[in-house]
Design a protein around this ligand. Structure first.
Ligand code: UDP
Ligand code: MG
Length: 164
Protein backbone atom coordinates (compact mmCIF):
# COMPACT_ATOMS: atom_id res chain seq x y z
CA UNK A 1 0.00 0.00 0.00
CA UNK A 2 1.58 3.24 -1.15
CA UNK A 3 2.24 5.60 1.72
CA UNK A 4 0.26 4.08 4.57
CA UNK A 5 1.95 1.08 6.14
CA UNK A 6 -0.42 0.94 9.12
CA UNK A 7 -3.62 1.86 7.31
CA UNK A 8 -6.64 -0.34 6.81
CA UNK A 9 -6.26 -2.25 3.54
CA UNK A 10 -9.40 -0.85 1.95
CA UNK A 11 -7.99 2.68 1.82
CA UNK A 12 -5.22 1.33 -0.38
CA UNK A 13 -7.63 0.51 -3.18
CA UNK A 14 -6.47 2.01 -6.44
CA UNK A 15 -8.09 2.74 -9.74
CA UNK A 16 -7.15 3.94 -13.17
CA UNK A 17 -8.85 7.06 -14.48
CA UNK A 18 -8.03 8.14 -18.00
CA UNK A 19 -9.09 11.28 -19.84
CA UNK A 20 -9.74 10.01 -23.33
CA UNK A 21 -8.64 11.82 -26.51
CA UNK A 22 -11.93 13.71 -26.82
CA UNK A 23 -11.61 14.82 -23.21
CA UNK A 24 -8.06 16.07 -23.80
CA UNK A 25 -9.13 17.86 -27.00
CA UNK A 26 -12.00 19.47 -25.15
CA UNK A 27 -9.64 20.63 -22.37
CA UNK A 28 -11.37 18.52 -19.74
CA UNK A 29 -8.17 17.34 -18.06
CA UNK A 30 -8.20 20.00 -15.36
CA UNK A 31 -11.90 19.52 -14.67
CA UNK A 32 -11.42 15.78 -14.18
CA UNK A 33 -8.39 16.22 -11.91
CA UNK A 34 -10.28 18.84 -9.93
CA UNK A 35 -13.24 16.56 -9.28
CA UNK A 36 -11.12 13.66 -8.05
CA UNK A 37 -8.89 15.88 -5.93
CA UNK A 38 -11.85 17.65 -4.35
CA UNK A 39 -13.52 14.34 -3.56
CA UNK A 40 -10.47 13.44 -1.47
CA UNK A 41 -8.75 10.84 -3.59
CA UNK A 42 -4.98 10.80 -3.68
CA UNK A 43 -3.22 11.15 -6.99
CA UNK A 44 -0.26 8.78 -7.13
CA UNK A 45 0.63 8.81 -10.83
CA UNK A 46 -0.12 10.92 -13.87
CA UNK A 47 1.18 11.17 -17.44
CA UNK A 48 0.22 12.23 -20.90
CA UNK A 49 0.92 9.83 -23.74
CA UNK A 50 -0.04 8.63 -27.15
CA UNK A 51 -1.66 5.26 -26.50
CA UNK A 52 -0.21 2.47 -28.61
CA UNK A 53 -2.46 -0.05 -30.31
CA UNK A 54 -0.70 -2.73 -28.26
CA UNK A 55 -1.71 -1.13 -24.96
CA UNK A 56 -5.20 -0.34 -26.20
CA UNK A 57 -5.85 -3.88 -27.39
CA UNK A 58 -4.88 -5.17 -23.94
CA UNK A 59 -6.84 -2.46 -22.16
CA UNK A 60 -10.01 -3.32 -24.10
CA UNK A 61 -9.34 -7.04 -24.66
CA UNK A 62 -12.74 -8.00 -23.20
CA UNK A 63 -14.49 -5.95 -25.90
CA UNK A 64 -12.61 -7.40 -28.89
CA UNK A 65 -15.68 -9.18 -30.30
CA UNK A 66 -17.99 -6.17 -29.98
CA UNK A 67 -19.08 -4.45 -33.20
CA UNK A 68 -17.88 -1.08 -31.91
CA UNK A 69 -14.38 -2.37 -31.07
CA UNK A 70 -12.52 -1.14 -34.20
CA UNK A 71 -14.07 2.31 -33.85
CA UNK A 72 -13.23 2.32 -30.13
CA UNK A 73 -9.55 1.60 -30.83
CA UNK A 74 -9.47 4.26 -33.60
CA UNK A 75 -11.06 6.75 -31.17
CA UNK A 76 -8.60 5.98 -28.39
CA UNK A 77 -5.62 6.32 -30.75
CA UNK A 78 -7.04 9.08 -32.94
CA UNK A 79 -5.68 12.26 -34.54
CA UNK A 80 -2.51 14.26 -34.65
CA UNK A 81 -2.79 15.58 -31.11
CA UNK A 82 -4.04 12.41 -29.48
CA UNK A 83 -3.06 12.41 -25.86
CA UNK A 84 -4.20 10.71 -22.73
CA UNK A 85 -3.95 11.75 -19.14
CA UNK A 86 -3.91 8.65 -17.04
CA UNK A 87 -4.45 9.07 -13.39
CA UNK A 88 -4.17 6.53 -10.65
CA UNK A 89 -5.96 7.43 -7.52
CA UNK A 90 -6.00 5.84 -4.13
CA UNK A 91 -8.76 5.99 -1.60
CA UNK A 92 -11.44 4.15 0.26
CA UNK A 93 -13.69 2.39 -2.27
CA UNK A 94 -12.10 4.46 -4.99
CA UNK A 95 -13.13 2.05 -7.75
CA UNK A 96 -16.82 2.16 -6.94
CA UNK A 97 -16.87 5.86 -6.05
CA UNK A 98 -15.06 6.85 -9.23
CA UNK A 99 -17.44 4.84 -11.42
CA UNK A 100 -20.29 6.79 -9.81
CA UNK A 101 -18.47 10.07 -10.48
CA UNK A 102 -17.85 9.08 -14.10
CA UNK A 103 -21.45 8.04 -14.81
CA UNK A 104 -23.08 5.54 -17.15
CA UNK A 105 -21.12 4.34 -20.20
CA UNK A 106 -23.86 5.72 -22.45
CA UNK A 107 -23.53 9.47 -21.93
CA UNK A 108 -27.19 9.97 -22.78
CA UNK A 109 -28.06 7.88 -19.69
CA UNK A 110 -25.40 9.43 -17.44
CA UNK A 111 -26.80 11.47 -14.56
CA UNK A 112 -26.16 15.19 -14.21
CA UNK A 113 -23.34 15.69 -11.76
CA UNK A 114 -21.27 12.92 -13.32
CA UNK A 115 -18.39 13.69 -15.70
CA UNK A 116 -20.16 12.02 -18.61
CA UNK A 117 -23.55 13.41 -17.65
CA UNK A 118 -22.21 16.95 -17.41
CA UNK A 119 -19.92 17.07 -20.42
CA UNK A 120 -20.81 14.46 -23.06
CA UNK A 121 -23.76 13.39 -25.18
CA UNK A 122 -22.81 10.11 -26.87
CA UNK A 123 -21.50 6.68 -25.84
CA UNK A 124 -18.76 6.79 -28.50
CA UNK A 125 -17.27 10.03 -27.15
CA UNK A 126 -17.63 9.75 -23.41
CA UNK A 127 -14.50 11.64 -22.29
CA UNK A 128 -13.24 9.44 -19.50
CA UNK A 129 -12.31 5.92 -18.46
CA UNK A 130 -12.55 4.44 -14.97
CA UNK A 131 -11.70 0.87 -13.97
CA UNK A 132 -14.82 -1.17 -13.21
CA UNK A 133 -13.51 -3.49 -10.46
CA UNK A 134 -10.60 -3.73 -8.04
CA UNK A 135 -9.07 -6.65 -9.97
CA UNK A 136 -9.39 -4.88 -13.31
CA UNK A 137 -7.97 -1.70 -11.76
CA UNK A 138 -4.79 -3.48 -10.67
CA UNK A 139 -4.35 -4.94 -14.17
CA UNK A 140 -4.97 -1.57 -15.84
CA UNK A 141 -2.57 0.28 -13.54
CA UNK A 142 0.08 -2.30 -14.42
CA UNK A 143 -0.65 -1.83 -18.10
CA UNK A 144 -0.48 1.98 -18.12
CA UNK A 145 2.19 2.60 -15.46
CA UNK A 146 5.63 1.34 -14.53
CA UNK A 147 5.94 0.75 -10.78
CA UNK A 148 8.48 3.58 -10.51
CA UNK A 149 5.94 6.02 -11.96
CA UNK A 150 3.60 5.51 -8.99
CA UNK A 151 4.57 7.88 -6.21
CA UNK A 152 4.59 6.97 -2.54
CA UNK A 153 3.57 9.95 -0.47
CA UNK A 154 1.45 10.74 2.55
CA UNK A 155 -1.35 13.25 2.53
CA UNK A 156 -1.56 15.59 5.54
CA UNK A 157 -5.36 15.54 5.68
CA UNK A 158 -5.62 11.79 6.14
CA UNK A 159 -7.45 11.88 9.49
CA UNK A 160 -9.90 14.47 8.16
CA UNK A 161 -10.86 12.11 5.33
CA UNK A 162 -10.67 8.70 7.00
CA UNK A 163 -11.33 7.29 10.44
CA UNK A 164 -7.98 5.61 10.81
N1 UDP B 1 -18.30 1.97 -26.28
C1 UDP B 1 -18.86 2.35 -27.48
N2 UDP B 1 -20.09 1.82 -27.84
C2 UDP B 1 -20.76 0.95 -27.05
C3 UDP B 1 -20.17 0.56 -25.83
C4 UDP B 1 -18.95 1.09 -25.47
O1 UDP B 1 -18.28 3.14 -28.22
O2 UDP B 1 -21.87 0.52 -27.42
C5 UDP B 1 -17.00 2.50 -25.90
C6 UDP B 1 -17.11 3.65 -24.89
O3 UDP B 1 -16.06 4.59 -25.17
C7 UDP B 1 -16.85 2.96 -23.58
C8 UDP B 1 -15.79 1.95 -24.00
O4 UDP B 1 -16.21 1.50 -25.27
O5 UDP B 1 -16.42 3.87 -22.59
C9 UDP B 1 -15.59 0.78 -23.07
O6 UDP B 1 -16.82 0.15 -22.87
P1 UDP B 1 -17.25 -0.33 -21.42
O7 UDP B 1 -18.47 -1.16 -21.56
O8 UDP B 1 -16.08 -0.92 -20.71
O9 UDP B 1 -17.69 1.06 -20.74
P2 UDP B 1 -17.01 1.92 -19.57
O10 UDP B 1 -16.35 0.96 -18.62
O11 UDP B 1 -16.02 2.85 -20.23
O12 UDP B 1 -18.14 2.67 -18.94
MG1 MG C 1 -15.08 -0.64 -18.91
Amino acid sequence: CLGYSSAAPEICERTLIAVKPDGVQRRMVGEVIKRFEQRGFKLVGIKMLQASEAVLSKHYHDLQKKPFYPALIRYMASGPVVAMGSMVWEGHNVVRSSRLMVGETDSSQAKPGTVRGDFSVHISRNIIHASDSVEVAEKEIGLWFHTAELITWETNDHSDLYQV
